[in-house]
Design a protein around this ligand. Structure first.
Ligand code: FMN
Length: 189
C-alpha cells in the first residue's frame, strides 16, 4: 500500500517561524505509512489574478502548488494570525488551488488547520477565517484535527516544538485525525 501523503502549507515565511517548526514537529509525529511534507514554494507564487490564470500558461509557481495539492491525500494548514486573520500567503494558496471553479486541486481535499500566535487567543480568528475560506473553496475541513497554540513567543522562545511533549501529542493527534479522514475519503470513492 502506498504512503498517505500529507502536504503542510505554512503561513509564515520567516526563517525562524514557529508555525514552520510546528509543521516540522507534525511531520516527525507521522506514523508509519504516512508522509508529511512541508511545501517550500509559497513565497514564489504571484497574487491570484484571473488574467494570469490561463489554461496552458499558469505561472509555474502556481501550477507547482496546484500539482502538489492534487498529489496530496490531505492538507495541513499551519497559520499565524496577521491583523486578526490568516496570512495572505495562505489565502493566496487557497485562492490558486480553488480554481478552476468546482474542480480546483483543493476541492474535496481533507484539510486540517493548526494555528499559532504570540497572543493567548492562539490565532483563533485566523483559524476561523481559514476554515471559512477552505470551506468556500471546496476543501473537506477536518474539524476534529484542529489545534491552537497561544503565547508561542514565550512557550517556544528557547525550544523547538519537537521538544515539547504536549505539543507533540496534540500534533500527532491532529495528523492521525487528518489521515483517518483521508482514508475515509478514499474508501467512499
Ligand atoms: C503583520 C502582523 C500582524 C500581526 N497580527 C497579529 C494578530 O492579529 N494577532 C496575533 O495574535 N498576533 C499577531 N501578530 C503576531 C504573530 O502572532 C506572530 O508574528 C506570529 O504568529 C509568529 O509566527 P511565526 O513564528 O510562525 O512567524 C502579527 C504579526 C505580524 C507580522
Amino acid at each position: 500500500m502506498s504512503n498517505t501523503r500529507i502536504l503542510a502549507l505554512v503561513g509564515s515565511l520567516r526563517a525562524a517561524s514557529v508555525n514552520r517548526q510546528l509543521a516540522e514537529a507534525a511531520a516527525q509525529t507521522a506514523p508509519e505509512g504516512v508522509e508529511v511534507t512541508l511545501y517550500e514554494g509559497l513565497a514564489d507564487i504571484p497574487f491570484y489574478n484571473e488574467d494570469i490564470d490561463v489554461p496552458g500558461s499558469v505561472p509555474a509557481a502556481a501550477q507547482a502548488l496546484r500539482d502538489a495539492v492534487a498529489d496530496a491525500d490531505g492538507l495541513l494548514l499551519v497559520t499565524p494570525e496577521y491583523n486578526g486573520t490568516l496570512s495572505a500567503v495562505l489565502k493566496n494558496a487557497i485562492d490558486w488551488t480553488s480554481r478552476p471553479y468546482g474542480s480546483g486541486a483543493i476541492t474535496g481535499k481533507p484539510t486540517a488547520v493548526v494555528s499559532a500566535s504570540i497572543s493567548p487567543n492562539a490565532a483563533q480568528w485566523a483559524h476561523g477565517d481559514a476554515v471559512k475560506a477552505l470551506g468556500v473553496a471546496g476543501a473537506k475541513v477536518v474539524e476534529s484535527a484542529h489545534l491552537h497554540f497561544g503565547v508561542i513567543g514565550e512557550r517556544f522562545a528557547s525550544s523547538h516544538p519537537r521538544d515539547d511533549a504536549e505539543a507533540l501529542t496534540g500534533l500527532a493527534s491532529s495528523v492521525r485525525e487528518l489521515v483517518e479522514a483521508t482514508r475515509g475519503e478514499l474508501v467512499s470513492v
